[in-house]
Design a protein around this ligand. Structure first.
Ligand code: DAH
Length: 341
């Protein structure tokens, strides 16, 4: 019996020391110390052994029970510590690692140019106005004096959504919208940046591009005001040495109309490949607001006059930064975009 107890003790301690989880430990405890456990069975069987051996064996069995309970408790603590340190190991934050750099975004070159142009005109007393990208045939063409059979009104040239709605082909409709809002108060001085859409797509044309419209309406506004305003703009944008040249042109919503050139940004007027040896580069269209446009917008053309101009933002950005292909603006290549701002 004594030998049996010793063996049981050895076996139980071995199992306890090797228990890998609290659950396993619990099973071992039940196996040896539970109601139907092996040690319990021996204690129950004490009655069958000779009475003179009983006290010694009983003490031995009780001591073993106490010992095993202690060993189990120690193992419980050890397992708890182990699982805690495993947890820490998993969740450990290495505070010595270098930080991950936060990469800063920056403005798109077209946004930079738009901001710069807006700032120049705001300095001259213009206010920023906006119009919708989806425009009606009325604002995009009719109010701007485009005749019914003008080729630009053809379904093939513009993005029509319905017969009445289209994606605006220029920012000029904002002229009419701004005047309608302000009429009959004076002066009107607005600058209107935004997206425009045309059915074109190649190295120098994109189906979506950006324009900035300008409009000034007041008593006694003359062509000289237009010229002075544009020269001031061009010198701030491209440098104090700049010059402008106005060539007669035609737009349905201005009379007279002009196309405006600046000195070639590459050769400064000497003549080179970029300007086809002319020394000049076209940058915008302009003119005196047509009486029809004034009157449909709520102003009396016998009392007020105005000038207007419209420029392409991509074209200005290409000239200012020396960019050869317009498609760079829209392909989102960071190697290109990161060079600005
Ligand atoms: N809207 C014209 C275009 O997209 C540009 C333009 C020309 C605007 C003359 C004007 C202007 O305001 O006076 O081609």
């Amino acid at each position: 019996m004594q030998q049996q107890l010793e063996e049981l003790g050895r076996e139980a301690r071995l199992q306890i020391e090797n228990a890998a989880s609290p659950e396993e430990l619990k099973e071992i405890k039940v196996r040896f110390l539970g109601k139907k456990g092996e040690l319990t069975a021996i204690l129950r069987g004490l009655g069958t052994i000779p009475s003179e051996q009983r006290p010694a064996v009983g003490r031995q069995a009780n001591d073993l029970r106490t010992l095993l309970e202690e060993v189990i408790e120690q193992r419980e603590h050890a397992l708890r510590d182990l699982s805690r340190s495993n947890q820490w190991e998993k969740e450990r934050i290495d505070v010595t690692l270098p930080g991950r750099p936060v990469s800063m975004g920056q403005k798109h070159p077209l946004t930079l140019i738009t901001d710069e142009i807006k700032e120049i005109f705001v300095g001259l007393g213009f206010q920023v106005a906006h119009g919708p990208d989806i425009e009606t045939d009325y604002y995009n063409y009719e109010a701007l004096n485009f005749p019914a059979d003008h080729p630009a009104r053809d379904m093939q040239d513009s993005f029509y959504l319905t017969e009445k709605y289209l994606l605006r082909t220029h920012t000029s409709p904002v002229q009419v919208r701004a005047m309608e809002k302000k009429a009959p108060r004076l002066p009107v001085r607005i600058i209107a940046p935004g997206k425009v859409f045309r059915r074109d797509d190649d190295a120098t044309h994109s189906p979506m591009f950006h324009q900035i419209e300008g409009l000034a309406v007041d008593k006694d506004i003359t062509f000289a005001d237009l010229k002075g305003t544009l020269l001031t703009f061009v010198r701030q944008m491209f440098g104090p040495e700049q010059k402008i040249r106005l060539r007669p042109s035609f737009f349905p919503f201005t009379e007279p109309s002009a196309e405006v050139d600046i000195l070639c940004v590459m050769c400064k007027g000497k003549g080179c490949r970029v300007c086809s040896d002319t020394g000049w580069l076209e940058i915008l269209g302009a003119g005196m607001v047509h009486p029809h446009v004034l009157s449909v917008s709520g102003y009396d053309p016998r009392e007020v006059t105005g000038f207007a101009f419209g420029m392409g933002v991509e074209r200005i950005a290409m000239l200012k930064y020396g960019i050869g292909d317009l498609r760079h603006f829209f392909t989102n290549d960071l190697r290109f975009l990161k060079q600005f701002g």
